[in-house]
Design a protein around this ligand. Structure first.
Ligand code: B12
Length: 665
């Protein structure tokens, strides 16, 4: 039996009886879980949670069970037996109830205070239904204007229209938007900025904002001073990344700005035309590719040469940019104002500042540009490490065995069931990276684990079920094995009979450290041996792209973010799964790790390098991969900009060498 197949039920007992001998039972359970996981990390644990609250009223049980479950998870609990519908998200439990439950769990009695008595008192006369209603009642008890603002902050729609009707009878629609609703969005921005609110909730707030504005719009008179300002937003030429720009659109438009979102792959001529046509106040450009940073520089140069540099302040955002590159390097070439925005909320702050400047508000200005600190000490004279032959091989072993490929040439696999690769989904990348479930900053806020439990996993289950029933995934792979040899920094891909050159890749070599280069992982030409290389290309198909675009168009912001994020992480999961399969086919899967975390740490033999990443940065190489694999057979095309369509697609070169790991050049 394998250790990780053992599941220990840690058991717990009611702490709700008031008897002295049961007071520490929850603490004992939590400590037992932690100790068991410390001594035997691979052994799994489980727990029937609700026993802890036996005898209490249902409403009090829901709170105590939820808080206890969260504490057990923190201690390392792997699984639990609970009634999911009766577990309340920690973030939604009022502070005093959560505190009383925690005090009861950890037996924090003191003179004049018994947490059990406190909990009973708090739930005096409260039943489960009442608990649900209490939040609604709390909201209803607020004065109208506070209530409307609260609705935006909490993303609470039920009863929204009635409140807006009452509001309309008292104040003009425009005033309601500007003074009340936007004030709510401002609080949302502050909560996000201080780390107390996560992206999905921000988007739910934005949805309620959008619904409110749409409801009020027919009552608004169009006046010149109506808009707070206008921005033209585009992803630059050659770049297909949409989601970041669209998030900026959502945040700005629901904070009162007019956004003209002209889409992806936009040349500067179209951006300028849209800005002129719409009489924009600001231009925003987005781009995730390294190449886009150069396109943005050219765009700024074009604005300068056309005498338009000072006409619009320019905001830039996207993964490959850095603050110093924008605010120092690009700013020094640009006669107008240019600023970097790390995220959509920084974009909002910059937009506020730019508009204040434009309105001539006293003291208004854009934030100071931030530049690099200049190094005063350091290397003088030539760097010894950089000397020598730029193609000299590293110390990578060249005498290892060559695995036998199961076939030579390519194969197409369509309709891969989700169940086969779903296990390779990197949940952390999904929840934190894509869905923005980052732990709340400050004491008492939701931890990452709380968020995963209350928001991440339930939503993930919902989406996985939905994409299955709606048939949104068309997972497919094309992959192949080819004979090959290396020559200096080059990898030469050969025809089936090991003769005739099909493609030649030139990879960069580290200029220091081990002087690694991808070519070193393959047998050198003239060694008398031919090596084998695999290429793979995985896609989620186009239906999922269409479904995400529909959600954005419908202003279903949170759903849009979640489905898009999930679809891109599933593309990664499929690629990871296929790499596992290639290792198995090559007979080198024996070193595979036992757990998923090991996979994400590349704890297996060989590595999968995606083009565009540091070891093989040249995106033009994707054309060679496309010639080798012919991905049109699975409905994938490579665009002129070297991007695969549909976007949820990824390609890679797969290396079998035991020393192959990720490295930067
Ligand atoms: C998820 C991801 C993928 C997914 C989905 C890609 C997609 N279409 O969205 C998958 C797995 C499919 C993928 C594939 C590829 N990827 Co990719 N990917 C990423 C990753 C990890 C996250 C991108 C993301 O979704 N971010 C979330 C969004 C919401 O953030 P954002 O766009 O940055 O926007 C926010 C801010 O930047 C800012 N912002 C953005 N624009 C603007 C504009 C204005 C005006 C303002 C104010 C603010 C602002 O506000 C936004 C919201 O807060 C990035 C690395 C990274 N850290 O960004 C690499 C990255 C973009 N990918 C990269 C590469 C190389 C690829 C591939 C080419 C790899 C391959 N060979 O297969 C392919 C290309 C895909 C294709 N179709 O051809 C490189 C690109 C660098 C380069 N060489 O050019 C990156 C940068 C990784 C890296 N470090 O090298 N990728």
């Amino acid at each position: 039996m394998r250790t990780h197949d053992i599941i220990v039920d840690c058991l717990t007992f009611p702490i709700s009886t008031g008897q002295e001998e049961t007071r520490r039972d929850a603490i004992e359970t939590i400590e037992a879980i932690a100790e068991l996981k410390r001594r035997h990390p691979a052994v799994q644990t489980t727990l029937g949670v609700s026993n802890v609250s036996f005898g209490l009223k249902p409403a009090a049980r829901a709170v105590l069970n939820s808080v206890f479950l969260a504490e057990c998870i923190r201690a390392g609990l792997d699984s639990a037996i609970v009634h999911a519908a009766r577990i309340v998200p920690i973030a939604r439990i009022p502070d005093e109830q959560r505190q009383a439950a925690l005090d009861l769990i950890y037996d924090r009695r003191r003179e004049g205070y018994d947490p059990l008595a406190r909990l009973l008192e708090l739930f005096e006369g409260v039943d489960s239904e009442a608990l649900k209603e209490s939040r609604a009642a709390e909201l209803a008890a607020l004065p109208l204007w506070d209530r409307l603002k609260r609705r935006i902050i909490d993303g609470e729609r039920v009863g929204l229209e009635a409140d807006l009707d009452t509001a309309l009878a008292q104040r003009p629609a425009l005033e309601i938007v500007n003074d009340v609703l936007l004030d709510g969005m401002k609080t949302v921005g502050e909560l996000f900025g201080s780390g107390q609110m996560q992206l999905p909730f921000v988007l739910t707030s934005a949805e309620v904002m959008k619904t409110s504005v749409a409801y009020l719009e027919p009552h608004m008179e169009r006046t010149a001073e109506m808009g707070k300002g206008k921005i033209v937003l585009a992803t630059v030429k050659g770049d297909v990344h949409d989601i970041g720009k669209n998030l900026v659109d959502i945040i700005l438009s629901n904070n009162g700005y007019d956004v003209v979102n002209i889409g992806i792959k936009q040349p500067i001529s179209s951006i300028v035309a849209a800005a002129e046509e719409n009489d924009a106040d600001v231009i925003g450009m987005s781009g995730l590719l390294v190449k886009s940073t150069v396109v943005m520089r050219d765009n700024l140069a074009e604005l300068t040469s056309r005498g338009l540099a000072t006409r619009w302040p320019v905001l830039l955002g996207g993964a490959a940019l850095t603050r110093a590159y924008v605010e120092q390097d690009l700013a020094s070439l640009f006669e107008g104002e240019v600023r970097y925005a790390r995220d959509a909320f920084e974009g909002l702050r910059l937009m506020d500042a730019a508009m204040a400047v434009k309105r001539g508000e006293p003291g208004a200005r854009l934030p100071e540009r931030r530049t690099r600190r200049v190094r005063t000490t350091g290397a003088t004279g030539p760097d010894k490490d950089l000397e020598g032959d730029p193609t000299a091989r590293s110390d990578i072993r060249a005498d290892g065995p060559v695995p036998e490929a199961p076939f030579l040439g390519t194969q197409v696999i369509k309709g891969i069931p989700l169940a086969e690769y779903a296990a390779y989904l990197d949940e952390r990348a999904l929840f934190m990276g894509q869905w923005g479930l980052k732990p709340s900053r400050g004491r008492g806020g939701a931890s990452y684990e709380d968020l995963v439990e209350t928001e991440g996993r339930p939503r993930l289950r919902m989406w996985l079920e939905r994409i299955q029933t709606e048939g949104l995934l068309e997972a497919a792979v094309v992959y192949g094995y080819f004979p090959c040899v290396s020559s200096g920094n080059e990898l030469i891909v050969l025809g089936r009979d090991s003769t005739g050159e099909l493609e030649r890749f030139t990879f960069p070599r580290q200029r220091r450290d081990r002087r690694l280069c991808l070519a070193d992982f393959f047998k050198p030409e003239g060694s008398g041996q031919t090596d084998v290389v695999a290429f793979q290309l995985a896609t989620m198909g186009s239906r999922i792209s269409e479904a995400t675009a529909e959600l954005f168009a419908k202003n279903a912001y949170r759903d849009y973010l979640e489905l898009h994020g999930l679809s891109v992480q599933l593309a990664e999961a499929l690629a990871e799964y296929w790499h596992t399969r290639i290792r198995r086919e090559l007979g080198i899967g024996g070193a595979d790790p036992e757990d998923l975390a090991g996979f994400f740490r590349v704890g297996y033999q060989g590595a999968r390098y995606s083009f565009g990443y540091p070891a093989c940065p040249d995106l033009a190489d994707r054309a060679k991969v496309a010639r080798l694999l012919e991905p049109s057979r699975i409905g994938v095309e490579l665009s002129e900009e070297m991007q695969l369509h549909p976007e949820q697609s990824t390609d890679a070169i797969v290396v079998h060498h035991p020393e192959a790991k990720y490295f930067s050049v």
